[in-house]
Ligand binder design. Structure first.
Ligand code: ATP
Ligand code: MG
Length: 309
């Protein structure tokens, strides 16, 4: 091997050792100034602090005195049966819904006491991957990720392009920038939605059922990506999911909620070994247990024979 080739190889090895893989470098580059400032202020206080949360939808009580702490820099999973209020909880954290009683603090700010401008500013620091994932169907992958940047910043085209490409690189889809949403697989669409959720360098990302409908490979990709993004970009992640295995594989802390309350919280391993019937039913997917199969309803017979209005 020529000396020049050997020198090039050795310097590329050194670069790899210093900077990790290309993907990790791209992930690190997604950390913008806002996030760096946030990191400098990192402390032991939880990023999200929920106290005495009560919330009803009509007659139906969704939360009946819930306390939750979401630690900074970690992945916290919120798990619980369908219809228990997980999506509702994310909307309460994001200020889209207002509690009947209790408080939600995000980074020291009481979300429901903020004026419109302050709430808007706080929301820009909270990325959200919606349960339905909705990309804008008339815009390309590139333009979907560029959308929040165009909406909220005054970046010039060249800077915007670089940022979008870095976000797409972080989710492994830089090469798919020209595709339209209809040309993507379900897994790819989730990854584009994820790139869009992190476009503004948020301090945290809320994932609502990111694994639903994914095959085992794309599920594995998403699991790894959520962990990598959390660690490389120093995010705080809230992960709402039914998928016990995938969630427990990456969560640092798990809250199980059911019947309007926190049933139990702790590291995944602790919950797997829990003595609580509720937690056991959920963590081990048991059909029988304290969680009822039926949504509350009147007795079947009078209902069938028209005796109930
Ligand atoms: N816009 C709404 N208006 C009235 N009730 C609603 C509304 N959205 C949700 N609900 C009710 O609030 C409860 C909690 O819903 P939510 O979507 O938070 O559950 P979830 O835990 O996210 O369920 P899943 O796991 O199926 O996504 C449900 O009983 C649901 O019927
Ligand atoms: Mg939901």
């Amino acid at each position: 091997m020529s000396r020049r080739k050997a020198a090039a190889r050795s310097s590329s090895r050194q670069r790899r050792a210093r900077g990790g893989s290309r993907r990790n470098r791209a992930l690190a580059a997604t950390t913008g100034p806002a996030e760096q400032g946030h990191r400098a202020r990192q402390d032991a206080s939880p990023l999200v602090k929920i106290r005495g949360l009560h919330f009803s939808r009509g007659e139906r009580k969704i939360f009946d005195g819930v306390d939750i702490d979401i630690p900074r820099g970690r992945i916290t999973a919120i798990m619980g049966p369908s219809g228990t209020g997980k999506t509702t909880l994310l909307k309460l954290i994001g200020g889209q819904l207002t509690p009947d009683r209790g408080t939600v603090e995000v980074d020291g700010q009481n979300v429901h006491r903020l004026g419109t401008t302050e709430l808007y500013r706080l929301r820009m620091r909270m990325g959200m991957l919606f349960q339905t994932g909705a990309l804008l169907t008339d815009l390309s992958v590139f333009e979907n990720v560029a959308f929040p940047l165009r909406e909220h910043t005054a970046l010039n085209e060249s800077m915007l392009r670089k940022l979008v490409l870095l976000k797409l690189e972080a989710v492994g889809l830089r090469g798919a920038r020209e595709l339209m949403p209809a040309e993507l697989s379900g897994g790819m669409a989730r990854r584009v939605a994820l790139a869009r959720a992190i476009a503004l360098d948020p301090m945290m990302v809320m994932y609502d059922e990111p694994f639903t409908g994914q095959d085992p490979i794309s599920m594995g990709v998403l699991v790894k990506l959520i962990r990598q993004l959390n660690d490389a970009a120093r995010l705080t992640s809230i992960l709402v999911s039914h998928d016990v295995e995938e969630t427990c594989a990456i969560a640092d802390l798990v809250y199980v909620i059911s019947g309007g309350r926190v049933i139990e919280s702790g590291p995944p391993q602790q919950l797997r070994e829990s003595g609580s019937e509720w937690t056991r039913q959920f963590m081990h997917g048991l059909p029988d247990g304290p969680v009822p199969f039926h949504y509350p309803a009147p007795a079947l017979e009078p209902d069938l024979f028209g005796e109930v209005s």
